[in-house]
Design a binder for this molecule. Structure first.
Ligand code: ATR
Length: 313
């Protein structure tokens, strides 16, 4: 299997994949896509479940996306994941879109069934399962603060929090206007007048230490959905001095085992986990959509860990 295939390969898929003993019928579409950890994770699952299909990377540029979907049908694909920058662009190309994906406005999983494209988004459900695995908690029971609520990942998480009816949702974004717009959109989900004391159930909050300090006393879980932490020298998006021991801190970044934010959480006596579990469970949820059977999570986790080989950090 090549590291990366292209639209030109898809034009004649049998020829491009002639050397494969098992047909390549699942893929991730991205630009760039070479870094994607999805192939080792899904191929471990396909092997574990004895499914005669393999998963590969497809480098598809934005202007190639709709043609790529037509070719995927002709090449008899079972399903694909969409990653950057295709999560938004895939949505209008679908024949049917699951309600969750409509609300998020993005598709990360496509199932090809009888020549039709069905769009889903498993990022939110993946987070719910990850939080259960990491902290033994349910998202719906929590007061949640999302850092980077204005980005794509933050939006998907915020919509999931709204759909779950979480206790409280605090939307933080460097550009606060984006958090305000999202709060307006999600307001209908937070209309019940649960008594929570001196704070609202849904609040957009500017990225300022005084405002954050006040909010953190009324929050159980912080989720970092910003890109801060992706590079090894990045600072923590929140200083340790703001963090409190009762908090759970989930960093969606998984390129380091312990990001600066997770080190700050530990220094404050708070619990923390990185984003590998979200990657794992969004993949498990995609697998379950495509193959209608339980995903072999242990095999997928082992393959992911071997692939990512996280620096100790
Ligand atoms: P996406 O494609 O998901 O929108 P992005 O543009 O990289 O990704 O932004 C992701 C999030 O990280 C955004 O919420 C962004 O904040 P802005 O909306 O204000 O741009 C946030 N982000 C990126 N760098 C940041 C930084 N240095 N401090 C705080 N937030 C940051």
């Amino acid at each position: 299997m090549k590291d990366v295939y292209t639209l030109a390969d898809l034009e004649n898929w049998p020829a491009a994949t002639a050397g494969e003993s098992v047909p390549l019928r699942v893929a991730v579409l991205g630009d760039p896509v070479r870094h994607s950890a999805s192939p080792p994770m899904h191929n471990a699952a396909l092997e574990e479940r004895d499914i005669p299909a393999r998963y590969c990377r497809l480098h598809i540029r934005p202007d190639e996306l709709s043609e790529a979907f037509q070719r995927l049908k002709a090449a008899d694909f079972i399903g694909v994941n969409c990653t950057i920058p295709h999560k938004l662009g895939a949505l209008p190309a679908m024949d049917e879109v699951d309600e969750q994906a409509v609300r998020i406005g993005a598709v990360n999983t496509v199932a090809l069934r009888d020549g039709r494209l069905h769009g889903f988004n498993t990022d939110g459900p993946g987070l719910v399962r990850a939080l259960r695995a990491e902290f033994s908690v349910d998202l719906r029971d929590l007061r949640v603060m999302i850092l980077g609520a204005g980005g794509g990942a933050g939006r998907a998480i915020a919509v999931q929090c709204a759909l779950e009816g979480c206790e409280r949702l605090v939307l933080v974004n460097r550009t606060v206007e984006k958090a305000r717009l999202l709060a307006t959109e999600l307001a209908p989900y937070f209309t019940s007048n649960r008594v929570l004391g001196p704070v609202d159930r849904l609040e957009p909050v500017p990225w300022e230490n005084a405002a954050l300090r006040h909010q953190l006393e009324n929050v159980d879980l912080i989720i970092n959905a910003t890109s801060v932490g992706l590079r090894s020298g990045d600072p923590s998006p929140l200083p340790a001095s703001l963090l409190l021991p009762h908090l759970m801190v989930y960093d969606t970044i998984y390129t380091a085992r312990r990001t600066s934010l997770l080190r700050a959480a530990e220094a404050a006596g708070a619990r923390g986990a990185n984003g590998l579990s979200m990657l794992l469970y969004q993949g498990a949820a995609s697998f379950e959509i495509w193959f209608d059977r339980e995903a072999p999570v242990a095999a997928m986790r082992a393959a992911l860990l071997a692939h990512v080989r996280q620096p100790v950090g």
